[in-house]
Every structure is written in structure tokens, then in C-alpha cells.
Design a protein around this ligand. Structure first.
Ligand SMILES: [Fe+2]
Length: 195
């Protein structure tokens, strides 16, 4: 399950409905899907797309997405650091950023127009739609691996446009998933570097 942190307020939300409501107030859609039981960490892209075919079609239909693929990276992926560096500074796209995490974890920082920066840690089962034009950046969690279904209106449009604000330097890309720390400790951890 995702973990949403409103950093400025040192507030962490772990309840699915609350996360959905809070994100919706900034235009971001969030759902948690049941994981397909036949899929494990070794499943390939075809198996993943087939296992989630019905839900993929629903999302494609709702959002007008025409192409779907599976991104699969881990610490042994050649050029991983260069790949990650494209997305770990504040940017936006002409396309929605729509991701369903199948395996691994990642950390979105979202900088909404109408509120403070939020950190959303995504885990398997988490589906997120960051609308086009939303300022955000992305990091992997400590295990440095993620496998996720991606939806595109037009993959050619999914280019990062950088704000060059350097805002991301004020936020530590630290994941606090339930597998790492109990909730009572999570809220006690300060966020270094936050102004
Ligand atoms: Fe992005």
C-alpha cells in the first residue's frame, strides 16, 4: 500500500481512502488494485499485460491511452543511474504519467500548484495518474528496482520538461514503506533538508 507524506506538515497518510482523497484534491488519481495471483517477481511483460488485461482496457478507455508497456529495471540494469537521473529532478510532461506498480517500490514527489510538496511511495498494487503538466520527480527506493505497467497517449509526447528549479534538492528521496519501519517511528523521522 502506498504511503503519502505531506512533508511540510510532517504528516504521513497510510489509509487508502485518505490517500485517494488527498491526492484527488490536487488532481492526482490513485487506486490500489488487488495483485494478480499468477504474477510474481519473475513474470515477464507479456504475462503481466495478460494478467491485468481487463483493468488495462478500462484505464485505456477512461484516459484515452493508446499504448501500454512494462518498465522493468533493477540494480543490474545497464545505465540505470543515467536513466534515473532524467526523472529525479523536477519536471513535467505533455502526457499524463500513469503507472501501475507490479513489483518493487518508487517514490514520487509531486509539487501541486495549490499545495505543498507531497511524497508518494508506491508499492505493488498502486495505480497512479499524474496529469499532464503536473510538476513532479521520481526516485527508486533503496532496493533500486521497479516493474510497472505504463500507459501512454503518445509515447513520443512523454518527454520530461525540466523546471530547473532545483526544488528536489530540498527533499531527501527516502522511502518509509511498512516493510522498513513501524508507523509510529515514521512520523518521528525529520525530513532533512526541508526548508
Ligand atoms: Fe515524470
Amino acid at each position: 500500500m502506498a504511503v503519502l507524506t505531506i512533508i511540510e506538515e510532517s504528516r504521513t497518510i497510510r489509509d487508502e481512502r485518505e490517500i485517494r482523497q488527498h491526492l484527488a484534491s490536487t488532481g492526482i488519481e490513485y487506486e490500489h488494485w488487488d495483485l494478480a495471483p499468477q504474477i510474481d517477481q519473475n513474470s515477464d511483460a507479456d504475462a503481466i499485460l495478460s494478467a491485468y488485461a481487463e483493468r488495462i482496457e478500462r484505464v485505456k478507455h477512461q484516459g484515452g491511452y493508446r499504448k501500454v508497456d512494462v518498465i522493468n529495471v533493477n540494480s543490474s540494469t545497464p545505465g540505470l543511474d543515467a536513466m534515473l537521473s532524467k526523472f529525479s529532478t523536477e519536471h513535467w510532461h505533455d502526457e499524463d504519467e500513469v503507472r501501475f506498480t507490479v513489483h518493487g517500490r518508487g517514490l514520487y514527489h509531486v509539487h501541486p500548484q495549490n499545495g505543498p510538496v507531497m511524497a508518494l511511495e508506491v508499492e505493488p498494487g498502486d495505480m497512479i495518474r499524474v496529469p499532464r503538466g503536473t510538476l513532479h520527480w521520481f526516485d527508486l527506493c533503496g532496493e533500486r528496482e521497479i516493474k510497472a505497467i505504463r500507459f501512454f497517449q503518445d509515447p513520443a509526447g512523454w518527454t520530461p520538461y525540466y523546471t530547473e528549479s532545483e526544488l528536489e534538492k530540498q527533499f531527501e528521496p527516502v522511502c518509509f514503506g511498512q516493510s522498513h519501519l513501524p508507523p509510529e517511528k515514521v512520523t518521528a523521522i525529520p525530513w532533512p533538508g526541508v526548508k
